[in-house]
Design a protein around this ligand. Structure first.
Ligand code: SF4
Ligand code: SF4
Length: 96
């Protein structure tokens, strides 16, 4: 099964309070200069949570996050604030 098909089977309960965010947006511009594009967070995220808008800021579509934690590890500037959504909210995986 392709990743897109798997993502389609997930269910989300949106937490109004974002559980992840970029700490210092200015560092993302620097990151693009050093690491090239797409940036590490964009490369590793399986759910397309991060994307550039107008080439000057990254938007974080946190409600699509599958809580894998990869972006937090991949960010070379430790620039992502990440925690689990509040209890009962966020992604729900189905097994079987
Ligand atoms: Fe910004 Fe980190 Fe993503 Fe680089 S990897 S663009 S510093 S959030
Ligand atoms: Fe994407 Fe995983 Fe980071 Fe969520 S935790 S934003 S799914 S890389």
């Amino acid at each position: 099964m392709r990743i897109e098909e798997r993502l389609y089977t997930l269910r989300y309960k949106r937490d109004e309070k974002p559980h992840l965010s970029i700490i210092e947006p200015n560092k993302c511009q620097k990151c693009a200069e050093i690491n090239g594009v797409p940036e590490p967070c964009i490369v590793v995220c399986p759910a397309n949570v991060y994307s550039w808008v107008d080439n000057n800021r990254i938007v974080v579509s946190y409600e699509n996050c599958v809580e894998c934690g990869a972006c937090r590890i991949a960010c070379p500037f430790d620039n992502i604030s990440w925690k689990y959504p509040r209890y009962g909210l966020g992604v729900a995986f189905r097994y079987g």
